[in-house]
Design a protein around this ligand. Structure first.
Ligand code: FE2
Length: 216
């Protein structure tokens, strides 16, 4: 196994015979969807921003700043939709093609995506329900209860995504290489998502993954 990893490292980020660093782009099998080394960092940053905006809404509710709540909610939904779109177009598509021959991992990915659909629907329903309603002392309690429910689901989701789903993504290059998947060439003029070997790419980490829990 060690020799495999060493050749893997050399292929994907080691120093070549001329002493220069060699890199390759890894595409999901049968696609031109590239592995993006910066994607998980970007998605985690989105999560922090979503939590920040959500907490801003809760503070505005506590301070009874009724006029500010809906614009902040609008920012939250905007950020949420952009984040979900990024996950669908870059993360899920890559994982879908990369693990289509691995039933258990593929099932886990499908489950994550289905749950995200439900959460997205809940967020949109919540926003749709309240965006045309004037908030005030008479209705802030039911609004707050629904806001808290959204927050609880969101925090759980962020935790399981970062601990499980993103870990699968980080492990994908290692697994694909072990399965003999080939890489593409790097175009130095593009900001290509270059794969760099790292300990988070150890495919063994997949064994510790658990199914997400949102049904309870
Ligand atoms: Fe996310």
């Amino acid at each position: 196994m060690l020799s495999s990893w060493l050749s893997f490292t050399k292929l994907f980020g080691g120093n070549g015979a001329n002493g220069k660093r060699e890199n390759s782009v890894l595409y999901a099998p049968g696609t031109q969807i590239a592995f993006d080394t910066k994607l998980v960092t970007r998605l985690k940053r989105d999560h922090q921003e979503l939590v920040r905006i959500y907490l801003m809404v809760t503070r505005q509710v506590q301070d009874r700043q009724f006029q500010k709540i809906k614009p902040t909610m609008e920012s939250f939904v905007h950020e949420f939709n952009a984040h979900v779109l990024m996950e669908y177009t870059k993360l899920y598509v890559f994982l879908d093609y990369s693990f289509k021959n691995d039933d258990s991992t593929h099932d886990l990915i499908v489950q994550f995506r289905k749950e995200m659909n439900l959460i997205g629907k809940a967020v949109r329903n919540f926003y749709g329900k309240w965006k045309e309603t004037n908030l005030g002392l008479d209705n802030i309690e039911p609004f707050t209860a629904e806001l808290q429910a959204i927050g609880e689901v969101l925090v759980k989701r962020i935790k399981t995504e970062e601990e499980n789903l993103y870990e699968i993504y980080q492990s994908a290059p290692g697994l694909l290489m072990i399965n003999g998947h080939k890489t593409g060439a790097v175009d130095a003029n593009l900001e290509a998502p270059l794969f760099e070997f790292g300990r988070q790419n150890n495919p063994q980490s997949l064994k510790s993954l658990r199914k997400p829990r949102y049904s309870s």
